[in-house]
Design a protein around this ligand. Structure first.
Ligand SMILES: Cc1cc2nc3c(=O)[nH]c(=O)nc-3n(C[C@H](O)[C@H](O)[C@H](O)COP(=O)(O)OP(=O)(O)OC[C@H]3O[C@@H](n4cnc5c(N)ncnc54)[C@H](O)[C@@H]3O)c2cc1C
Length: 385
């Protein structure tokens, strides 16, 4: 927190209070009923959370990337699904800001800042999410626009998002393949069907859906930046933010698991003393706090590097890899510390255990992060001293 300005510290505190007052009391019920958190999303709009990456000239309340990370952590501490509801949206804001034409920025950003228009990214297809260059969704150019055919899957927030940043091929014959990929700014309309909401282990309340495009029409002006063939590089740049966001979500889940465990270990007694005084449980708590602190420092380091304008695919990849594996480990340890209650749906710990794996898989699996990291290690000649 100390690296943040007073204003930013105030924003993070405000989100923490929102989580404690409005989210924690209702999260278990919303989670188990798999209910979309309409009222909480409305409150997030009022708090300016959908405008955190939008400049003031478009009506946003922009914050530094470290502040964005800490706000995301606070939301995920309350319910990872809430952080998920603003993650893809922020990436699309950043894509528009960095690559959008003046008309695209003016058209979308003011309404995205308020949350009136929320956005998601559609990359993954039924045939695969890691090998994006092999995607099969194609947008063919005609005289008056594009005709899109193909399908996407696992697209979170896509039923309620009015804007979908659709990664697709505008030149399927291009070699190398990434040169034929573009991002289309797609909106719901004829030819786009949200066919079903996928059943999930965790990440409840927000929808992750299959999308089917059948002769869906988009205007020529829908290509992000107005020029075809740059979509793959644009999306990879956006994913640097996306991976920081996922790392921050993992911090939030890990912190919630640690906080619950600390409280429980002081109130639960066995053999005549609070269980934290048993060395095994004390060691668990010490290790949880240590690895969580390391994960947070790694994530904040990547966030600061991003704000310094440096390429952070390796740093964001490291943060996402380490924070998500840490969250999984902490969530499992929290189950151990809670004994039988760790397995009960009347406690929150089982939710952390179901939510944590998403951060291992989403926004590029951790196997893919390792590929990114080692490629950069070789290209940069190792780690900077
Ligand atoms: C709840 C949820 C929400 C999601 N939301 C979105 C969303 O909003 N938008 C979106 O576009 N996608 C979304 N996804 C999809 C997610 O990004 C993909 O699931 C992920 O990228 C992996 O793709 P895949 O499932 O096709 O696995 P595959 O690509 O088939 O991979 C299968 C396994 O092989 C490994 N593997 C593949 N290639 C390599 C390689 N080169 N080296 C090493 N290992 C490799 C993977 O790491 C994995 O272990 C979401 C997924 C989930 C579960």
């Amino acid at each position: 927190m100390t690296t943040l300005s007073d204003d930013e510290q105030f924003i993070v505190r405000t989100v923490r209070q929102f989580v404690d007052k409005d989210v924690k009391p209702v999260v278990r019920e919303l989670e188990h009923a798999d209910t979309y958190p309409e009222a909480l999303i409305e409150r997030m709009k009022e708090l300016g959370i959908f405008g955190l990456a939008v400049p003031e000239e478009y009506g946003g309340t922009p914050v530094s990337t470290p502040c964005y990370v800490l706000i995301t952590e606070e939301l995920a501490r309350g319910w990872m699904s809430l952080a998920g509801a603003m993650g893809g949206h922020t990436v699309v804001c950043k894509l528009l800001l960095k690559f959008g034409t003046p008309e695209q920025k003016q058209h979308y950003l003011p309404r995205m800042a308020t949350g009136e228009v929320r956005a998601t990214m559609a990359l993954t297809e039924p045939g695969g999410g890691s090998d994006l260059q092999a995607m099969r969704t194609v947008a063919r150019k005609s005289a008056d626009g594009y005709v899109v055919n193909g399908s996407k899957t696992w697209i979170t927030n896509s039923r309620r998002s009015r804007l979908i940043a659709l990664l697709c091929k505008t030149d399927p014959d291009a070699r190398p393949a990434h040169q034929g990929i573009s991002i289309l700014l797609a909106e719901h309309g004829p030819g786009l069907t949200v066919s079903r909401d996928l059943p999930k282990l965790g990440y409840k309340g927000v929808e992750s859906c299959e999308l089917s495009f059948e002769d869906y029409r988009a205007p020529l002006a829908a290509v992000l930046g107005g020029v075809e063939g740059h979509g793959f590089a644009q999306m990879m740049s956006g994913l640097e933010t996306g991976r920081l966001q996922v790392a921050a979500r993992a911090l939030g889940v890990g912190r919630a698991a640690l906080e619950d465990s600390l409280a429980y270990a002081q109130s639960r007694e066995s053999f005549g003393k609070p269980i934290w005084q048993h060395q095994s449980i004390g060691n668990y708590l010490a290790d949880m706090a240590t690895s969580l602190s390391a994960a947070r420092q790694l994530t904040l380091h990547a966030a600061r590097e991003a704000d310094a304008g440096r390429r952070v695919d390796m740093e964001a990849g490291m943060a996402k890899l380490f924070a998500s594996e840490t969250a999984m480990q902490i969530a499992l340890t929290a189950v151990r510390i809670h004994g039988g209650y760790g397995y009960s749906t009347e406690f929150d710990v089982e939710r952390y255990f179901r939510d944590a794996p998403l951060m291992i898989v989403g926004e590029g699996t951790n196997e893919i992060q390792r590929n990114v990291i080692v490629r950069q290690l070789i290209a940069r000649g190792g780690l900077e001293p």
